[in-house]
Design a protein around this ligand. Structure first.
Ligand code: ADP
Ligand code: MG
Length: 257
């Protein structure tokens, strides 16, 4: 059922900030249609890796391939246009605007004015040109997350968990093929957490690919078929959740936490 192929390939990624080496030669692949976990102790380089993949930061060395195309050095909007987007560890909703407006602006913010593709989960393809269509798309996304009742709410007034839903909804407004999720469940109550995970699985069935950074090992174990462990800027281990949990090197890496 899951189409084979590797949409994302990271090769020898290095990112230095002055004297700090945040990512130190990391290489890994993410299988198309998978929900892959990316874990590692605080400071392992997970968020920086996301930033380099999505063009937020320029890699110091190494290459990133998305669907076999070298996207290293491209701008975030170009990468988003190709179907690869991320959410941020700290949700970046626009204050002073309604939830609906946040969603309607998301495609323009992320991929520019032109070529906003149709993004309805389960209804893909085509080109959206009219604001009315973007509005409709935004409503469908609100419905998908069951937050229509928040449409006119000022985004500033949302709870932490609702912000995380909005953050993910904003990412989906660009009709991505792959979404990098940076701790989407942090500070989210159990009910919302359940909902977010359920939606991720539903989108997967619709051929989306996810790379998930998450602290809670149980969430990783219960939801990800493949797990990549980062430590000190490099990939320490890879495997199923079960393999990772029993890996001596992984256990040792987490001891300092
Ligand atoms: P993780 O997400 O795995 O917790 P990060 O990628 O946020 O790790 O950080 C990896 C390392 O890079 C840390 O030592 C962090 O302090 C450093 N770092 C991250 N971003 C910056 C930055 N903008 N400037 C300087 N150092 C940074
Ligand atoms: Mg992080």
């Amino acid at each position: 059922r899951v189409p084979s192929g590797v949409p994302l390939r990271v090769e020898g990624l290095v990112k230095q900030f002055g004297g700090v080496t945040a990512v130190d030669g990391a290489s890994f692949e993410v299988e198309r249609g998978s929900l892959t976990g990316l874990i590692g102790p605080n400071g392992a380089g997970k968020s920086t890796t996301f930033n380099c993949i999505t063009g937020v930061h320029e890699a110091t060395a190494g290459n990133i391939y998305f669907k076999n195309e070298d996207i290293t050095g491209m701008e975030p909007y170009q990468i988003a246009q190709k179907g690869l987007v991320r959410t941020f560890q700290i949700a970046r909703e626009l204050g002073g605007m309604s939830v609906l407006e946040n969603l309607m602006l998301a495609p323009k913010n992320q991929i520019g004015e032109s070529a906003i593709r149709s993004v309805t989960p389960g209804l893909r393809g085509g080109v959206i040109e009219e604001e009315a269509e973007i509005r409709e798309r935004a409503w469908e996304t609100l419905e998908f997350f069951e937050i229509e009742h928040l449409a006119t709410e000022n985004a500033e007034n949302l709870s932490g968990g609702q912000r995380k839903l909005l953050e993910m909804a904003r990412a989906l407004m660009t009709d991505p093929e792959m979404v990098l999720l940076d701790e989407p469940l942090a500070g989210v109550n159990p009910t919302l957490e359940e909902k977010l995970l359920d939606r991720i699985h539903r989108l997967r069935e619709d051929d989306y690919t996810f790379l998930l950074v998450e602290h809670d090992m149980n969430v990783i174990m219960n939801n990800c078929e493949h797990v990549i462990v980062m430590h000190q800027g490099n990939v320490l281990a890879e495997g199923t959740g079960e393999e990772i949990r029993n890996d001596e090197r992984v256990i040792e890496a987490y001891l300092g936490e």
